[in-house]
Design a protein around this ligand. Sequence first.
Ligand SMILES: [Fe+2]
Length: 378
Amino acid sequence: MSALLNDVELVDRILAHVDGNSTDKGTSVWREPAANYSSPERFAVEMEVLRRVPMVFCPSAALPEAGSYIARTTVGTPLLVVRGTDGIVRGFRNACRHRGMKLEEGEGCKRAFACPYHAWTYGLDGALRHVPGEDGFPDLVKEEHGLVPVAVQEKGGLVFVTQGTPLSDGALPDTPDLLPPDYVVFNKIEFDDPANWKLIGETSMEGYHIKALHNQSFYPYGYDNLNIVELHGRNSRIVFPFRRIEKLRQLPREEWNVQGRITDVHQLFPNTHLSFLSSHVLLTILEPVSPSQTHWVVYQLAPRIKNGKPLDIAEARRDANFVQDSGLTEDRRAACAIQAGLASGANTHFTFGHYEQAIGHFHRHLAEHIEKLEAHQE
Ligand SMILES: [Fe+2]
């Protein structure tokens, strides 16, 4: 994988676009059938793809110590993800091996998991440790009744889960290391929107709509349709510069740094966005619930130390609330309005042009994965 542009390269390209009133452009147009946003059959196939690729489950920082766990349904499967005493993150299907009771809800930190039903107890490594009244189960082989594992990989500050048989060799997350280890989670929010997960994802993948949709929120600080777009592996990076980046012209190139001067969005295939904003980082996982329903899992993070100073939570929260209440709300409304408009039958397909190349890249890879899946099933 080629390295992403560094700060100086980014600034050079941004300033050239400012001067030339231009933007990064793709070379092809993608036409996506509108039915792919509402069809239950298509949705079922997409869910199977999502189960068989490394999918971001949470930031590493959400599992800070041995015993830290998160129980959440992801792509329809209740999972329990936990950091062991050896520091390794493991994932399991969240069901007791006795009668299938859900072991845990929510998140926390424990030394073992005791089933709320009959108190069968499992270690952080998933091994069945204790069965009350064990003589009532004369033939029970405890070694065969550990929690059922799912594949977990931790890379670059992110925890990835692959629930099913991987679609690609080794199925390592093809993401660069993005989240430095000193980031901490300062807030987590979850909510639902009546829109297909891809419609929501698409709103973060282009800046062609900044002036029209974000006229009073993002546009006063940024530009319309001025983005740097880098396609890397199955993923993409979309950079939205702030107007204040032009002040760098007065500084020597060696001092150019983009911190606080861009919004840096990484679309991580298939359903995650990692966005570096002025004073915080947003990790957004879009959990598909149905063709027209998506559950958002949003982590807000910030570095423990910034410019030598300890994290100012109030500043990070202000930045997070601004994004949440203004631009993000506008994007959510747009996705929901498109979903509602599908019933109009006006469009047989949607067209993503040269300014929307990251979306075409996403759909191309999703289509390739679906082809792979169908080839496996033949
Ligand atoms: Fe937007």
